[in-house]
Design a protein around this ligand. Structure first.
Ligand code: FES
Length: 347
């Protein structure tokens, strides 16, 4: 039903486009409702809940054209104007995809030097419009859901897992689930109700230190029979991946920062007629351009807003976020792609 309505709206926008040239339909539609845009995805903050220790929960109502379907564990991109320019970040959805309200729920903890998180903490209120990037991400519940699961999370790493736990709860799924969550101190704990309902083991690192593979093996003796989902700091994930591999276990991880490790060998990057530079396989096309003064537009710098998309005229690039290799002629996100050999970018 929701899809049919959206298709109808899409057709209406096409018709409108024909009658509003040379002005764009947005010039008219936004006078009526700022969430109606044909050029970008938008949403409106529906409600804000503030919690101690710099945490806020936001519920966002997506505007026209935003794909509202998602999988438990995926994230959305949020863009807001901060200090005169759009700043983008991705946040894991914490609600379950099974509700029919079509809303997105996210939880944000203000982090040091976190431009958008601090801005939202200070100024988010119901009614504010935001830009959105559609739900995405490979860290989600599989179908069918494994019979035995082990979730290992730390800090904000709990957010995608909360969506998975809520989804399993709503669907009355009978998987055997163990949750091991670490936070720095007791006041930092959020989603206590969800964690309690799964009998989660919560570790306070200020009191008992970090939990590593050795502690997990003691707390979850049948660890080797479980599929592991892990989300938290990179060091923790590196350690868990190594441990899972050594024990022949299946592990899925989510990293909140761009992982620059790849097999891409780098190469010469030519930016149209504006210059060329040699770059290694860890330097993004966007950064390589900036290093020689070739400025390209950008927003989030983490592969979500698509502001930096350019055409790859020749050669191959590796997408650090998706792990894909992109062919000549593709439109690539220059902020997350690195050269896999010599490439030419159309700018
Ligand atoms: S700057 Fe946002 S996707 Fe590249």
């Amino acid at each position: 039903m929701a899809q049919t309505t959206r298709d109808g709206l899409g057709r209406a926008r096409d018709v409108l486009r024909r009658f509003t040239t040379p002005l764009l339909p947005d010039d008219y539609t936004q006078l009526i409702n700022p969430l109606w845009s044909t050029r970008e995805l938008r949403g409106k903050i529906e409600s804000v809940e503030r919690y101690p220790d710099d945490v806020i929960h936001l519920v966002i109502r997506p505007g026209w054209g935003v794909p509202v379907e998602f999988r438990a564990g995926q994230y959305i991109g949020i863009g807001l104007r901060v200090d005169g320019r759009y700043t983008w970040r991705s946040y894991s959805l914490t609600n379950t995809p099974d509700t029919e309200d079509g809303l997105f729920a996210i939880s944000i903890r203000a982090v040091e030097r976190g431009k958008l998180s601090n801005h939202l903490l200070g100024s988010a209120k119901a009614g504010i419009n935001v830009r959105l990037a559609a739900p995405a991400g490979d860290f989600h519940l599989t179908n069918p859901i494994p019979e035995k699961l082990l979730f290992v999370t730390a800090g904000s790493g709990i957010t995608p897992v909360v969506s998975m736990l809520r989804t399993m709860q709503d669907r009355n799924l009978e998987s055997d689930v163990k949750v091991l969550h670490s936070v720095r101190k007791r006041d930092d704990l959020v989603f206590g109700d969800v964690l309690d309902s799964f009998g989660a083991m919560v570790n306070y690192t200020s009191e008992s230190g970090r939990v590593g593979p050795r502690e997990i093996e003691e707390l979850v003796p049948d660890f080797a029979e479980r599929v592991v989902y892990a989300c938290g700091p990179a060091l923790m994930l590196d350690e868990l991946e190594e441990w899972a591999q050594a024990n022949g276990m299946e592990i899925r991880t989510e990293r909140f920062t761009l992982d620059r490790a790849s097999a891409a060998k780098g190469g010469k990057i030519t930016f149209g007629t504006r210059g060329e530079v040699e770059a290694d396989g860890a330097t993004t096309i966007l950064e390589a351009g900036e290093s020689i003064g070739v400025q390209m537009p950008f927003g989030c710098r983490m592969g979500i807003c698509q502001t930096c998309v350019r055409q790859l005229s020749d050669g191959h690039v590796h997408d650090l976020r998706s792990g894909e290799t992109r062919e000549p002629g593709s439109r690539i996100r220059t902020c997350v792609c690195v050269a896999a050999g010599d490439v030419v970018i159309d700018i």
